[in-house]
Ligand binder design. Structure first.
Ligand code: KG4
Ligand code: ZN
Length: 335
């Protein structure tokens, strides 16, 4: 049975996983250095890089061991590693390790785009996935609407022109004096508040499917300065409603334009309760399947990277040992 080891170190998660050719997750291990970053209100690149150095070896060993493979000489068919986008110091730890393992075990390796990895996540939880699929990929670093024709075949319909959705959540949470990461905190508070309490503008972007959160962020800051008597839960609910309203409006527009069989969520913001119920409703409205990955599959993990590797290595693609990490690697259209 061909198996691929996936390695992910693009941000604060150190992860390794083993996935087989049928996209079954054999093992998946994730360690996060988030506790080290909380006090700073965001990921500190130097701390994240150092954490990967100490954690990656044991994480890879555990993933191989959990998969019933010998960590010293696992009989795997290849290695997939995130080589961008992400924090350069963090990417280099995973990439260097992947090259060393590839040499030691005499197997091919392939550099995977982290965003493409996220697009493979729904495939790991539903083997009966039907294409085309419309995917809203929303995380702390990226926000985009992607049309997927099949594994490894995708067109980016639109993306944020400023902040990512998760970044807006984190910044607003910081402004409101809530903890980091802000998404889960705002989501929890919002459920106790009233959405219309704070009047916020609808964001308008030029292109059909592009997104924007920077104006909304400024509007929340201004409105809370002006109306400092509005309850925190109401501010959270109003902000959350505005973010989801924009995301769902754009997604609906894409559903109207492209005939798809399913709609999927990916990235950390996919954990958001309002967004999940909104996507479920949208899927019902259009009579298609909603793919809402489990939280573990929404956030950064190595199984999704291994899955992209299964596809890429299976197509005969391998990377040279001098492959460089690309912190700004854009997701290219492949159709
Ligand atoms: O994908 P992810 O784990 O890391 C990357 O950014 O790559 O996403 C983390 C982001 C953070 O900005 C966090 O605030 C946001 O996802 N997030 C949420 C929720 N849970 C996590 N945003 C809104 N609602 C949530 N429930
Ligand atoms: Zn991610």
């Amino acid at each position: 049975m061909p198996v691929v080891l996936g390695i992910e170190t693009s941000c604060d998660e150190t992860a390794a996983a083993v996935v087989d050719a049928e996209f079954h997750v054999i093992s998946s291990v994730i360690e996060s250095s988030i506790d080290q970053h909380r006090a700073f209100g965001g990921v500190v690149p130097e701390l994240a890089g150092r954490a990967h150095v100490t954690t990656l070896g044991p994480v890879v060993s555990r993933a191989l061991d959990d998969a019933g493979l010998d960590p010293h000489d696992p009989l795997i068919d290849g290695i997939a590693v995130t080589s961008g986008p992400g924090l350069i110091g963090s990417l280099l730890v995973g990439l260097s390790a992947a090259k060393a393992f590839a040499l030691a075990w005499d197997v091919p390796f392939v550099g995977v785009n982290h965003l493409e990895g996220h697009l493979f996540a729904p495939l790991l939880e539903r083997s009966d996935l039907e294409w085309p699929l419309l995917t809203l990929l929303v995380s702390g670093g990226h926000s985009m609407i992607v049309l997927q024709y099949g594994p490894g075949q995708h067109v980016v319909l639109g993306e944020t022109i400023d902040d990512a959705a998760g970044e807006a959540y984190d910044k607003i949470a910081r402004w409101l004096g809530l903890g980091y990461p802000g998404g889960p905190e705002i989501d929890r508070l919002a459920r106790q508040g009233t959405a219309g309490a704070l009047k916020l503008p609808l964001s308008m972007t030029g292109s059909d499917f592009d997104l924007s959160f920077s104006g909304l962020k400024t509007a929340v800051v201004r409105a809370t300065q002006k109306h400092d008597d509005v309850a925190l839960a109401d501010v959270a609910a109003s902000f959350q409603a505005a973010v989801c309203e924009q995301l769902l409006r754009k997604l609906r527009g894409a559903m109207q334009k492209y005939e798809v069989r399913g709609v999927a969520l990916a990235g950390g913001v996919a954990a958001n309760s309002l967004l999940r119920s909104g996507v479920e409703e949208l899927a019902r409205e259009f009579g298609v399947v909603a793919h809402l990955p489990t939280l573990a599959m929404c956030t950064d993990n190595a199984a999704m990277i291994a899955a992209a590797g299964v596809y890429r290595l299976g197509a005969g693609e391998t990377s040279p040992l001098n492959l460089a990490a690309d912190p700004n690697w854009q997701l290219a259209d492949v159709s």
